[in-house]
Design a protein around this ligand. Structure first.
Ligand code: MEV
Length: 312
């Protein structure tokens, strides 16, 4: 194959971020902000016209290192996902790149894309759980659990923790994502929570309670009970705040959006990055978020995960 074009969505976590690192359940959905990658055989490696560089193209470089031993590639990327926002920009570029490399080799089955994308993220940033790469690969909704349940897709094991990834049927949720404009650093936030978790029994209780809230959310998600989903989001948010991953800007956006929402919470690693609100009034919520200085994205669920858009 000479040329492949792929695309991958981004994601938001509805329930269970941070807790999922310790094997607790979590729920995420893919959203329709996408990254596109075009890959062509060439004389030397380049990304968007620049030489392939560890500092700027970490995920692409790692994917090539782990998966490719063919001739050099000219790679062109375009992404609608703001970086370090908590919306999975690194998973999105990773999955788009990995699926393109695997498509070049005719090995782009979903499970293969998901497992290799997790490997790339993990080896690049010591990533803690496979939730982002699995959601971006599969699209729709994902439930990560600590045992096999209905709609099982694949499992992942790292450092003694095993995650079972499942498809989750989710209703057409109307979400607004509010970006604080402050870059969140996932490895630092995961480390901060890890210290708290290691030394403090109360933090361990908080993590377990987040896991319980996630499991409680499955039924209302299936029954489109938005009031209940919103309540559980608010409870999850309180616990994330206790874990120390909030930020005054996130709190301001959450408070502003609650006037028009069923519920709102930090999403992703926190410490900056994004919040999400579940609402019937996306315009009102977006306005409220922008009034307090955030950037609002009215998003819907991406039904498709990674896609091979063309191959020649
Ligand atoms: C980040 O999107 C989610 C975290 O739980 C880290 C992870 O699971 O890899 C904070």
């Amino acid at each position: 194959m000479q040329r492949v074009i792929t695309s991958a969505p981004s994601k938001v976590i509805l329930f269970g971020e941070h807790a999922v690192v310790y094997g607790e359940p979590a729920i995420a959905v893919a959203i329709n902000l996408r990254t596109t990658v075009m890959m062509e055989r060439a004389r030397e490696y380049s990304v968007n016209g620049e030489p392939l560089d560890d500092r700027y193209h970490r995920y692409i470089k790692k994917a090539i290192e782990l998966l490719w031993d063919g001739e050099p590639l000219r790679i062109t990327t375009a992404s609608a996902v703001p970086s370090a926002s908590g919306m999975g920009s690194s998973a999105s570029i990773t999955v788009a790149t990995v699926s393109a490399l695997l498509a070049m080799m005719g090995r782009e089955e979903e499970r293969n894309v998901a497992l290799n994308s997790f490997r790339v993220e993990y080896e690049t940033q010591g990533r803690a759980s496979p939730i982002d790469t699995s959601t971006v690969t599969h699209g729709k909704g994902i439930l990560v659990a600590n045992r096999k349940m209905d709609n099982f897709l694949w499992e992942v094991e790292r450092g003694g923790t095993r995650w079972y990834i499942h498809h989750l049927e989710v209703p057409p949720l109307k979400l607004v994502v509010g970006f604080s404009g402050i870059k969140g650093h996932t490895p630092e936030m995961v480390e901060k929570v890890r210290r708290f978790y290691t030394w403090n029994a109360f933090a361990r209780d908080v993590i377990r309670e987040i896991g319980r809230i996630t499991l409680e959310a499955i039924e209302p998600l299936e029954n489109e009970d938005y009031e209940r989903i919103g309540e559980l989001m608010n409870r999850n948010n309180k616990l994330l705040t206790i874990l120390g991953v909030s930020h005054p800007k996130l709190k301001e956006m959450i408070d502003a959006s609650l006037r028009y929402s069923y519920g709102a919470k930090i999403t992703g690693a926190g410490g900056g990055g994004c919040m999400i609100a579940l609402t019937d009034e996306q315009d009102e919520v977006a306005k409220a978020i922008e009034e307090v200085g955030g950037k609002a994205y009215k998003v819907s669920i991406a039904q498709r995960g990674y896609e091979i858009m063309s191959r020649e």
